[in-house]
Design a binder for this molecule. Sequence first.
Ligand SMILES: [Zn+2]
Ligand SMILES: [Zn+2]
Length: 471
Amino acid sequence: MTTDQKISRREVLTAGLAATGSVLAATTASAVPAPAIVSSQPNIAGRRFRAWVSQGEGLDRTKLETLTMLPITGRQVAVRTQAASLCYTVSSDVLGLPRGAFGAPDLAHQLHVPPPSPQYEEFRRMALIQGHGGVGIVEAVGPDVRRVRVGDRVCVSGTPQCGSCYQCLRGRADMCQFLGHQGPKDLVALATRDDGTPVYVNSHIGGLAEMMVSFEEWVVPIQSEAPSHLLSMVCSCTSVAGLGCTVSQTLATIGPSASVAVVGCGPLGLTAVQGARIAGASIIIGIDPIRVRREVAQKVGATHVLDPNAEGDHLLDTVREITRGKTDYLWGGGRNWNASGSGPDFVVEAAGANRAKPMLEDGPDPTGLLPMQQAYLMCAPGGHLVTTSLPVGNISLPSGTFSLGGRSQHAGQAGGMNPMRDIPRFVALLDSGQFDAKSLATTVVPLEGMIDAYREVLNRTTIQAHIRLSA
Ligand SMILES: [Zn+2]
Ligand SMILES: [Zn+2]
């Protein structure tokens, strides 16, 4: 009788981990024992650290302060920040812009932007460290943490993955149940001001501080010696979404030699251009009003670039012409059934609304709705569209095309990536040189330079800005 016959399947199911543990102990006696998982909580409580704390209203709502760490417990992980990327989405929260400014004072009113939600108002009142994650070294873990250990280099991801909810188990970790537990009441203070005010972190992640405190669901161990600011790019929200929608293949697959269009070539779009190249696309069209961004798109993989301002109403025709097959006729292997039926097999939409008027070339629509409509309509029948940006207002589409056009639209929160599976993959793409992060990392500043760097992000005079605290 072999060892695994000594215990029935029913016993395994009823006794659970204890029973399987005994089987594993018996069958792996000759194997090298796994190192013990060490829960460690050094003197993290009481430590002083610097953080950019946002609170209240006004252009000076974010200030560099020195705080005192609180103890951690349970599944919490304390990480010494090495670098973080500055995400455009929170630029107005960091810089204190009125909600819905868009660089045009009357526009929010004209668009009937709804008033801020009570939750938004509550976030504005809290003392909050902003940021969408970063990279660093684990300094302390709560007693229940299994995923990482003290001393590990880790990514604090913009998206959690618990591994046991329905979404994680069905292969949609980008929709993990933990995403729904980031409201004001869910946050746990990580530190206090000298007057005792509790200080929290945005979405359990933060990043604009010398320390990040998260839960293990948001933390991914990584094995890389790459510079911290480049790692922070493939760890936090922006490039993760760009690589997620093109490389992860959760939402849709870019087939060999596919044609791809990327609408909006900011840091997310320029990452998607690279992901399309890595995935084997033969035609990659980068579309952006900013000349410098189009030049970078060509450098990192775009075969064609288009300026939506110069193309005007002809943008879709030009894209269709680029992607039209050479044998596009009956019995010739053609793929399109009418003039408007051609287009890219795969479209990534990454334009979005202006938080302020850019200091470089502005696009045709500050709400971001027009680029999203164009992205949908330029997609070929049978093709896939991943939308990643945050326009303002409601999108309208021709209903016939919506039902009969054969396009599949996918919502691209984190590009559909699975953090524990894909972030190590993205790190490997960085380490192997397949993902060119250096060409996108156009601003790198120490912690003290964060506000000036965020103004560059808001003005769109940089591509991806980072704070770097250590190498
Ligand atoms: Zn973000
Ligand atoms: Zn989950």
